[in-house]
Design a protein around this ligand. Structure first.
Ligand SMILES: [Cu+2]
Length: 223
C-alpha cells in the first residue's frame, strides 16, 4: 500500500497544512532564497504573456534592487493595530515601494517593509510616488499594479480600468534566470495624487490569477 511511503505523521502534516491554508485563504508557497522554479497555480501553468504585450520597466542590478529595498524600508511607518500592522505615510508626499514576490516571502504577494500585502494609508490629497520592483522569476511571472475601488474577492481577471481607478502601472517583466545576486530586475515608477476625500481603495496586481491568489491589499486615504 502506498501508506508505507506516506507515514501517518506525514499525512497528518499534510492535512494540518491544508487546513491552515484553507483558513487563511492566502498564497501557499514560500519562495526559496536561491532556487528559481517554474510556477504553477493548481493545475494551471503560468505560461508566458502573449507576444503582443510589451512589458514596461527598466533593468537594474541586484545591488540596485537591494538598495531600493533598503531605502523603501525607511519610507513610511509601521503602526500596530492589535495583531495587524499598517504601513502609514504621513505628509503631502508619500513614496511607496512595492516589491513583487520578494525572495523568502510567500508567492503571489506584494512586500512592503517586509510585510506581506499590508494595509497602506496616505493623507488625502498627498502626492504619491509609486515604485514597483519585480523580484519574481519564471516564465510569465509578470507583475503590475493598479489602485482603485474594486474590492475582493477577485476573479481570474481584474477588469481594467478598475472602479474609481487612481493609478495603473503596466505589467513589468520578471527577473532574469540567474541566481538572485547575479540576476537583473525590472523596476517601474509612476506617481498620482490621492483623492481629497477619505476613502478605502485596493492595490491589486492585474496579471491574470494573481489578485485571486492573494496579490492585493487595502489602500486607505485618510483625513
Ligand atoms: Cu502579479
Amino acid at each position: 500500500m502506498c501508506t508505507r511511503f506516506f507515514p501517518q505523521s506525514a499525512l497528518t502534516l499534510v492535512a494540518v497544512s491544508t487546513i491552515a491554508i484553507a483558513m487563511v485563504g492566502r498564497p501557499v508557497a514560500t519562495r526559496k532564497m536561491e532556487e528559481p522554479s517554474i510556477k504553477s497555480m493548481g493545475n494551471m501553468k503560468m505560461g508566458p504573456m502573449p507576444a503582443h504585450i510589451q512589458p514596461a520597466g527598466r533593468l537594474v542590478s541586484s545591488q540596485v534592487a537591494m538598495r531600493i529595498i533598503a531605502s523603501a524600508d525607511r519610507e513610511g511607518k509601521v503602526v500596530r493595530h492589535g495583531r495587524r500592522k499598517t504601513l502609514m505615510f504621513k505628509g503631502k508626499l508619500a513614496k511607496i515601494s512595492f516589491i513583487a514576490v520578494q525572495p523568502g516571502f510567500p508567492d503571489q504577494t506584494f512586500e512592503l517593509h517586509k510585510l506581506v500585502d499590508p494595509t497602506i494609508t496616505v493623507h488625502a490629497g498627498a502626492r504619491v510616488k509609486v515604485l514597483l520592483l519585480n523580484m519574481d522569476y519564471g516564465p510569465g511571472m509578470y507583475h503590475g499594479l493598479v489602485i482603485g475601488k474594486t474590492a475582493p474577492p477577485y476573479h481570474m481577471m481584474v477588469a481594467i480600468p478598475v472602479k474609481h481607478q487612481l493609478m495603473l502601472m503596466p505589467l513589468i517583466a520578471p527577473r532574469s534566470a540567474k541566481s538572485i545576486r547575479r540576476a537583473k530586475y525590472y523596476v517601474e515608477q509612476t506617481s498620482f495624487t490621492a483623492p481629497h476625500a477619505p476613502g478605502v481603495y485596493y492595490y491589486i496586481c492585474q496579471m491574470p490569477m494573481h489578485a485571486k491568489a492573494g496579490m492585493y491589499g487595502k489602500f486607505i486615504v485618510r483625513k
